[in-house]
Design a protein around this ligand. Structure first.
Ligand code: FAD
Length: 460
């Protein structure tokens, strides 16, 4: 295939990186240390016109196209061998309209960028739990965080977007302009174009909130898991919680004999007055005989960065999957305990996400995201150090998935997708009855499936 990179360089303001550039290896690296792909061209876009020029260049020259927001998707789809990467990591501006509680963030912004800007105005946008994650992939795929039960998913709070389509046209999606496109962006992934700016509604939060974080020894995990399951349905929407089948991180607050050993933790945030949060979350703190209690009042910004250290970029190798559950029966909890103890890596964990609240009051057809009726989501996270252990760790995560699937709803959260190896079946199941409408919109906005490195919807 022959093409003139110089033509592209002449058409964009941002840098155009190829394998000949010194920065190539740094720029092609994504968060998951397992991903080692070698694109032909990386366009570090400076503005929407650069995005449009890069899309046209890829289409005209038949180059596979990848889109990079925060580069955090486990599948590594932000990068592609021998293709062109539209890299938005230089476009991270955030503008906060404190009076109207509206936030506009560029397509390459991270959660940390948005949190820093919004907290200066005493506000927050419902996003995710780790500050380095990109808002783009997270929002387009749904977005579950500490505010999910009070204010919904990230995509529920998306009010408008600027999108560069497959033809390189720059359009706006809002309730008034291209409302179908806005509907599709609320959970339909990167299928419909490159989003260069997201507009969200924001809510007053903080600066301080209450977080409960309590670790229990593994021998108490069966009882603690049941306590968590039985407590979860009674909580107010201000609370969002996780039960974590973990391996204890080697931190000073946890006795050394437990480091890297299996433990069970309650992690829950209350978004209102810290004193109210402390009271609401007492049932989690007062349970059993914990080995460490890290609970307390802390800045919301600190809560948003609490898990950052557990997920270093490039250093670890990652493979994550997920399943939804209407209920967690005792068999499922017992299986989970066995599976966590059998994990080949002390960095891995299994998260029991409490769902419900505001996110579940949005109808399945109101956004592309689809059904929200499940009470829990289980996130299966294989995290490990060495390439030699790839097979064992991926096999473990798949074993967890296969063991749990029969008692799940059968659907996955597409932002914890493994390597999308379940193909179009998994994607169809996740979108449910929305799939047909999405396929029609895909045909309208991307008939040649140029944007296909994602939770792909085939054009109708
Ligand atoms: P990228 O890898 O850059 O992009 C992923 C895909 O999104 C791309 O392949 C592309 O298809 C599409 N895309 C990216 N940018 C754009 C754009 N501007 N326009 C159009 N399409 C685009 N999810 C949660 O819901 N809650 C969490 O708390 C949470 N925590 C996480 C913590 C960590 C450490 C990690 C790694 C992930 C976490 N996730 C969480 C999952 C996260 O939502 C997905 O990995 C998401 O895809 C990350 O978005 P990104 O922009 O960083 O990804």
């Amino acid at each position: 295939m022959s093409y003139e990179v110089s033509q592209l360089r002449g058409a964009v303001r941002g840098a155009v990186i190829t394998p000949a550039d010194d920065s190539y290896d740094k720029v092609r690296a994504v968060w998951n240390g397992m991903i080692d792909r070698r694109p032909a061209i990386i366009v570090r876009c400076a503005d929407p016109s650069d995005v449009a020029a890069a899309i046209r260049f890829a289409a005209d020259n038949g180059l596979p196209l990848a889109v990079r927001g925060g580069g955090h998707n486990v599948s590594g789809n932000a990068i592609v061998d021998d293709g062109l990467v539209v890299d938005l990591s230089g476009m991270r501006e955030v503008h906060v309209d404190a009076e109207r509680r509206r936030v506009r963030a560029a397509g390459g912004a991270t959660i940390g960028d948005v949190d820093a800007a919004t907290q200066r105005a005493g506000l927050a946008v419902p996003l995710g739990l780790v500050s380095e994650t990109g808002i783009a992939g997270l929002t387009l795929g749904g977005g579950v965080g500490w505010l999910r039960r009070a204010y919904g998913l990230a995509c529920d709070n998306l009010l408008a977007a600027e999108v560069v389509t497959a033809t390189g046209e720059i359009v706006r999606a809002s309730e008034d302009e291209n409302p179908n496109l806005l509907w599709a962006l609320r959970g339909g992934g990167g299928n419909f174009g490159v989003v260069t700016s997201f507009e969200y509604c924001a809510y007053p939060i903080g600066p301080d909130v209450h977080l409960t974080l309590v670790f229990h020894p593994w021998r108490d995990a069966p009882r603690a898991m049941r306590h968590y399951r039985d407590w979860a349905p009674s909580t107010p929407d201000e609370v969002s919680a996780l039960g974590v089948l973990w391996h204890a991180p080697p931190i000073d607050e946890i006795p050394a004999e437990y480091h890297h050993e299996p433990v069970f933790a309650f992690a829950a945030m209350h978004l209102g007055e810290p004193a109210d949060g402390e009271r609401e979350l007492a049932p989690l703190r007062e349970f059993g005989d914990p080995i460490a209690n890290l609970s307390g009042t802390m800045p919301y910004l600190e809560v948003q960065q609490l898990f950052d250290e557990d997920y270093p970029a490039h250093e670890l190798r990652y493979y994550w999957k997920s399943l939804y559950f209407d209920r967690l029966d005792d068999t499922t909890l017992d299986e989970l305990a066995e599976l966590n103890a059998a994990s080949p890596s002390p960095h891995s964990n299994i998260d029991l996400w409490q769902l419900g609240g505001a996110m579940s009051r949005v109808g399945a057809d109101e956004t592309a995201f689809g059904d929200r009726s499940a009470s829990f989501m289980i996130g299966i996270e294989a995290n490990w150090e060495n390439a030699a252990d790839d097979d064992a760790n991926i096999a473990w995560a798949r074993r967890v998935f296969d063991t749990l699937q029969p008692r799940s709803t059968g659907t996955e959260y597409l932002n914890f997708p493994g390597f999308y190896e379940n193909g179009s079946d998994g994607v169809r199941r996740a979108f449910g009855a929305n799939y047909e409408r999405l396929a029609k919109l895909k045909k309208e906005y991307d008939p040649t499936n140029l944007f296909r490195l994602n939770q792909n919807i085939e054009p109708a």
